[in-house]
Unconditional design. Structure first.
Length: 573
């Protein structure tokens, strides 16, 4: 059985065995804390351990999409009174829950401008005024550990959203503001009630939010390895959420890992909290809450005043969300106080190290295939007049493919990868040479026509090249530029000259202005009948006629001259 599974089993049973665990630890004897006689320990009857401080992290996400954006119809359903986003927001408002927000939700609403469903814009305003601490997840809740393992953390951010924005749904662009400090993050653009939102000028405008906390990475559970820490730190993250089963020691909810801070979600408490929050059994939540309280009492007895972090997971379909019941029950306990993550980050942070978890080689390879495809697409995009019009939508689809709930869930993620790679191949084949017929060149100088098709929704510029393997056909121009409008085709004329009769198989290729090969080569057979040979033959014949004709004429002239030179005979002779 995998080590992680064994740890989870042990940690899940930990709360029920806390009394035995305490009895086995002389320094924190259960008899000293629970069953000691007041005579032996007079203060024991009245002493109350300092409560632990508990922060609960709640991901605010939706089901992964294939495009990396939520369409208007789905947004309206999600933000309806019983929609999944409404239910999640209802569950956290009025509690101390710390929200990990998927920026894809913000972007999906913002790119619609005035066409966004009213329920979606109202939902966004409710979130803004919720009073909960909020930090950003990776876009589309992409698994940062998977990106790190594939050496692809540079791909974690969207390129832009221009392709998804209709300027008609926006007012004038707002005045550009200075780039915000990384510690504060971009702030929301000002909105005047009753007027259209300003036209976003870049991705930062679309994703802007006044986050309470910044620079926090939250990968999937039990997925971080030591090498990820340096990568995350280099990417600008200051803290990473990890499970206690993924670190060497958990004396606190906040630890110092090599090069980065760790927000440690206690695996045992997290499991119990999830049981309580997700239970759909009418009697189940209270039983689970009792186990949560028992575990926290044990922790308060062993380590009074320590910080504890618990997390909910990214699960679909989303059922019950008993967060209010959880926080109301915790409020009645003396062994725990609920706090925000800010309080945890301000506390002690002892040193710890990562315990590497064995990854899934098949999934790692699939992520690598997707990363490689994105790299090839970026090179191909140099053919477009605006390369980001090609790369931006594909980047969003890539990030959505790596969503934690897809990557680590039970859905057919391998099928999603296959579909993503198939779309990549379709994209790479969207610009190609239209196969032409063999040509007959009947004059010395002519043009080879090359037709290029562009199935992209943006104009392209290609450089057309014709290669002749024989000197009998001279290509007089290379890198001939050709502009092809979106969804159309255009023809280039490549000048050539035939030097003699013969047949040549020419190779036609396309490259972008950056020198990237576009599409596959095409071969055109050229049959050469240069006109100058006919002219030469005629000239040769004419010369022969002149030579022989001149000779004949000369002989005739000579003979006539000879006759005139002979003396006339006398009459009597």
């Amino acid at each position: 059985m995998p080590v992680t599974a064994l740890r989870r089993i042990a940690l899940g049973a930990w709360a029920g065995l806390v009394t035995l665990a305490l009895a086995a630890a002389p320094a924190f004897s259960a008899s000293a804390l629970v069953t000691a006689s007041p005579v032996d320990h007079p203060a024991a009857a009245t002493a109350t351990p300092t409560p632990v401080s508990l922060a609960v992290l709640v991901p605010l996400t939706v089901r992964p999409t294939a495009t990396g954006l939520i369409d208007s119809t789905t947004l309206a359903a999600y933000t309806a009174p019983l929609g999944v986003l409404t239910r999640q927001l209802d569950a956290v408002i009025g509690t101390r829950a710390v929200i990990g927000l998927d920026p894809m939700i913000l972007a999906s609403i913002r790119v619609l401008g005035t066409s966004a469903p009213a329920s979606a814009t109202n939902w966004l305003e409710r979130l803004r005024t919720s009073g909960n601490e909020v930090f950003a997840l990776a876009y589309a809740d992409a698994d940062l550990a998977a990106l790190s393992r594939a050496d692809a953390l540079t791909l974690r951010d969207p390129v832009n959203f221009t392709f998804a924005i209709d300027p008609g749904n926006f007012g004038p662009s707002s005045t550009a503001s200075p780039t915000p400090d990384a510690s504060t993050g971009p702030t929301e653009p000002p909105v005047n009630p009753g007027s259209p939102p300003p036209l976003p000028t870049d991705a930062a405008d679309v994703l802007a939010w006044s986050y309470t906390l910044t620079s926090i990475a939250w990968p999937s559970d039990d997925s971080v390895v030591t090498s990820d820490l340096a990568d995350l730190s280099a990417a600008g993250y200051r803290s990473v959420v990890v499970s206690s089963s993924n670190v060497s020691a958990t004396p606190s909810g906040y630890v110092d890992l090599p090069g980065i801070h760790g927000i440690v979600a206690d695996a045992g408490v997290t499991s119990l909290v999830r049981d309580a929050v997700y239970s759909s059994d009418p009697a189940g939540p209270q039983d689970a809450l009792d186990r949560v309280n028992s575990a926290l009492r044990g922790m308060a007895a062993v380590s009074p005043g320590r910080t504890v972090v618990a997390t909910l997971d990214r699960r679909w379909p989303l059922g019950a969300l008993n967060l209010h019941a959880l926080f109301q029950d915790l409020a009645t306990q003396t062994s725990v106080v609920t706090v925000g993550l800010t309080s945890v980050l301000a506390g002690a942070h002892p040193a710890a190290t990562i315990v590497d978890e064995a990854g899934d080689p098949a999934r790692t390879a699939q992520v690598g295939s997707a990363v490689q495809a994105i790299g090839v697409e970026s090179q191909f995009a140099t053919v477009a007049v605006d390369p980001t019009a090609v790369t931006a939508p594909r980047r969003l689809a890539f990030l959505a493919l790596l969503a934690v709930s897809w990557l680590r869930g039970t859905d057919d993620w391998a099928g999603q990868v296959t579909a993503f790679l198939a779309e990549s191949q379709t994209l790479l084949g969207s610009v190609h040479i239209v196969a032409g017929s063999d040509l007959v060149v009947g004059s010395g100088a002519t043009n080879i026509p090359v037709t290029v098709s562009n199935a992209l929704n943006v104009p392209i510029v290609v450089l057309v090249n014709v290669d002749s393997p024989s000197s009998v056909l001279q290509v007089r121009a290379q890198n001939v530029p050709l502009t092809v409008e979106a969804g159309s085709s255009n023809k280039a004329a490549i000048p050539v000259a035939a030097l003699t009769n013969g047949q040549v198989d020419t190779t036609i290729t396309l490259t972008s202005a950056a020198g990237v090969a576009i599409g596959g080569p095409d071969t055109v057979s050229v049959d050469l009948h240069p006109g100058w040979e006919s002219v030469g033959t005629a000239i040769a014949i004419a010369l022969l006629v002149l030579i022989f004709g001149g000779g004949i004429a000369r002989n005739i002239v000579k003979r006539r001259a000879a006759r005139r030179a002979q003396p006339a005979e006398a009459p009597g002779d």
